[in-house]
Design a protein around this ligand. Structure first.
Ligand SMILES: CC(C)(COP(=O)(O)OP(=O)(O)OC[C@H]1O[C@@H](n2cnc3c(N)ncnc32)[C@H](O)[C@@H]1OP(=O)(O)O)[C@@H](O)C(=O)NCCC(=O)NCCS
Length: 169
């Protein structure tokens, strides 16, 4: 994500249609988004672009906090604009992200959380090799009700080798 992407990213994070019906409603000011993006070590965002350069969504990774334990795991999150869903773009983006993270970072595990009703999100994770580990009960309060999430993960041993990106060193 570059500075020039900031405006479209702010529009997306403030649009419930982009985040979908299974994410909590929230609003962020430009200042808050800038602050969030200031620390790339904790939260790094990538814009998903089609080959023609049009920007259609984002995928991000961030640390799972277990303070002081030296844990080596990251979590990912993603959203596409509604008109570009169902075309395989997010499956490809997740696969590239998994390759990138295992190739470039000393981590053992990547995880993702998704609402139990979010079948598209579960499918893209499974296509990228993630396995369902369990249920996070009453994980979010969304549109007036508590919701349960599934937690998924892929570990380095299962990934074994890059599927899309190639190792250059
Ligand atoms: C979840 C999301 C990112 C998926 O991205 P996408 O580019 O549309 O996904 P893909 O096209 O790569 O794959 C979707 C898969 O889910 C399947 N799918 C989609 N809707 C489905 C449904 N209601 N029931 C079952 N399967 C479904 C598709 O058939 C496809 O699987 P297939 O390739 O085996 O046919 C996108 O729908 C989105 O942005 N949703 C709103 C935000 C969101 O929920 N983000 C995730 C939060 S955890």
């Amino acid at each position: 994500m570059e500075k020039e992407d900031l405006q479209i990213f702010i529009e997306w994070v403030n649009k419930p249609e982009v985040f979908g019906v299974y994410n909590p409603l929230h609003q962020m000011s430009k200042t808050e988004v800038e602050k969030m993006l200031e620390n790339p070590y904790d939260f790094q965002t990538f814009i998903i672009e089609r080959k023609d350069g049009s920007k259609i969504g984002f995928i991000a990774h961030f640390h799972v906090l277990h303070l002081g334990t030296g844990t080596k795991q990251l979590e990912i999150g993603y959203s596409l604009v509604p008109s570009e869903r169902g075309k395989g773009y997010c499956s490809e983006a997740i696969q590239i992200m998994v390759d990138y993270l295992f190739l470039s970072k000393d981590i053992t595990r990547i995880q993702a959380q998704t609402d139990q009703r979010n079948l598209a999100s579960q499918r893209v994770l499974e296509k990228a090799g993630f396995k369902k580990e369990g249920t996070l009960r009453r994980n979010f309060f969304i549109r007036g009700e508590w919701t349960d999430d599934y937690i998924y993960s892929i570990i380095r041993d299962e990934w074994r080798e890059p599927k899309i990106l190639t190792k250059t060193t």
